[in-house]
Write a protein that binds this ligand. Structure first.
Ligand code: NAD
Length: 497
């Protein structure tokens, strides 16, 4: 796109153009390697800032700071209520700074600023508010034991320790909140490692944490490449748990690297979420819902509705409707408040998505709309729909992470047959079912193998609902009470009376 780049507010501009270091033990420090990484605006391809490329010596310092804060600092002495108050203040500060944070996320990740404000900042603040309440409500239970004798037995939940929170580039603020909010509620300490592509909002979070009054070492931010800073964190014997969101490929490496001290690992990985449209669906609501499910954030969403299974009686109408809805998207720079679709994250990602598209067409898929790059500058792509796909095509079975819908019609409307198609995937992160038949919807919800199933909607997130994947979409759950479990160890205490 060649339109002029909208200006940043002075607050966002001054933060982005400042010199970025690492936040370790309550201090801003340079990376010991002194190497830096260019931060690129994906809407222009231009460099907007530089971040520090941390190496293993920086990671050692960050782990030592997080360890000290966990073992002996004021944080270790705080009650749940005191931790909750700090988390609550943090959430309020995010709300106060929503405009600035949304601009940072818009230019760093290529998001429309209006969505960034309500989705990225708004949802993050809600997550911190939700877990601020949990901090004072974490408890064990008394247990009636079965062995003969007189005993008093109970369980306690204790924080797991130092956590490496590793996030991808698509939702830096939200996916950090998924980890940071519950780990703070339980009394753990954190080393945040954002993606090398989008480190800015995590660095701003560290400033906010400092201002709000988190003791030094409780929240540390280490920027750098995955193979260097990320891997050093995962291998580090001083780290007790890795909370990871990213690709399946990296997730598998993390499992192997974490074996040294058998650290706890939770993995939120990729997806290829099916959307199932039954013949009686309310198309007036379903068509815009499907379009939003695949094109939101350019399809760079782990739960994006990428596979469409639609009954042949309404197939053409639904596909034409989605193609028509795609014309209403305004492609442009995320900082333009009119923009509803930004660029892909990088030139590499654009090439990868185009490669999948070529493979899909070569294997017989029919292009219904889109398929092209938009402009010469930045990494923009048209919203794209492919029809006539089959489950064995790469566009249907691999994670594309771009605005490409792989659609296919079906005739056999037995729920078992539909579920079998939807479940024919190595992934199992999310799925949606679109129908007026509430009984069929719930029967299908039971048959679909996915961590989240949405009915007559897609991409619904709430901090109270557990989130995570079946199969290769991950290990464990984030959010809700499940997250409290994953950031705590359970201790059983039993006294002979
Ligand atoms: P990625 O796996 O390339 O990187 C994710 C993070 O891991 C980055 O911070 C990276 O620096 C770090 N990393 C890379 N190699 C590492 C290593 N060897 N050791 C430790 N850390 C390492 O993923 P990405 O390209 O940034 O993000 C896109 C992927 O994330 C997609 O597959 C998407 O589905 C997935 N994702 C999943 C969820 C979910 O909740 N399930 C949410 C968003 C994104």
């Amino acid at each position: 796109m060649n339109a002029p780049v909208p200006a940043l507010s002075s607050a966002a501009q001054s933060f982005i153009s400042s010199k970025h270091g690492l936040y370790i033990g309550g201090e801003w420090v340079k990376s010991l390697s002194e190497e830096t990484i260019d931060i690129v605006d994906p809407a222009t391809g231009g460099v907007i800032a530089k971040s520090a490329a941390a190496g293993s010596a920086d990671v050692d310092k960050a782990v030592a700071a997080a360890r000290a804060a966990f073992d002996s600092g004021p944080w270790a002495e705080m009650t749940g209520m005191q931790r909750g108050r700090l988390i609550s203040k943090f959430a309020e500060k995010l709300e106060e700074l929503a405009d600035e944070l949304a601009e940072i996320e818009a230019i760093d990740c290529g998001k429309p600023v209006t969505y960034a404000k309500y989705v990225d900042v708004g949802l993050s603040a809600t997550i911190y508010h939700y877990y601020s309440g949990w901090a004072s409500k974490i408890s064990g239970e008394t247990v009636g034991v079965s062995m003969p004798g007189d005993f008093h037995a109970y369980t306690m939940r204790e924080p797991v320790g130092v956590v490496a929170a590793i996030a991808p580039w698509n939702f830096p603020l939200v996916l950090t909140a998924y980890k940071l909010a519950p780990l703070l509620a339980t009394g753990c300490t954190a080393i945040i490692k954002p993606s090398e592509l989008t480190p800015l909002s995590s660095l701003r979070l560290a400033q906010i944490a400092e201002e709000v009054g988190f003791p030094p070492g409780v929240i540390n931010v280490v920027t750098g490449y995955g193979a260097a800073a990320g891997q050093a964190l995962v291998e580090h014997p001083g780290v007790d748990k890795v909370a990871f969101t990213g690709s399946v490929e990296t997730g598998k490496k993390i499992v192997q690297s974490a074996t040294g001290n058998l650290k706890r690992v939770t993995l939120e990985l990729g997806g290829k979420s099916p959307m199932i449209v039954l013949p009686d669906a309310d198309l007036e609501k379903t068509i815009p819902g499907l379009a939003q499910a695949i094109f939101f954030h350019q399809g760079q969403v782990c739960t994006a509705g990428t596979r469409l299974y639609v009954h042949n009686s309404i197939h053409d109408q639904v596909l034409e409707g989605i193609a028509e809805a795609s014309k209403g998207l305004k492609i442009g720079h995320g900082l333009d408040p009119e923009t509803t679709m930004g660029p892909l994250i990088s030139s590499g990602q654009l090439q990868k998505v185009m490669g999948y598209l070529d493979e899909g067409k070569a294997s017989g898929a029919e292009l219904v709309c889109g398929g092209g790059r938009v402009g010469e500058c930045g990494f923009f792509m048209e919203p794209t729909v492919l029809a006539g796909t089959t489950n064995d095509m790469s566009v249907s079975c691999q994670e594309i992470f771009g605005p490409v819908l792989a659609a296919q019609g079906y005739d056999d409307d037995s729920l078992d047959a539909i579920a079998a198609k939807a479940n024919d995937s190595i992934f199992g992160l999310a799925a949606s079912i679109w129908t007026r038949d509430i009984s069929a919807a719930h029967k299908l919800a039971k048959k679909v193998k996915a961590g989240s199933v949405w009915i007559n909607q897609h991409n619904f997130y709430d901090p109270a609902l557990p989130f995570g994947g079946y199969k290769q979409s991950g290990w464990g759950r984030e959010e809700g009470s499940e997250a409290i479990k994953t950031f705590t160890e359970v201790k059983a205490v039993c006294a002979a009376l």
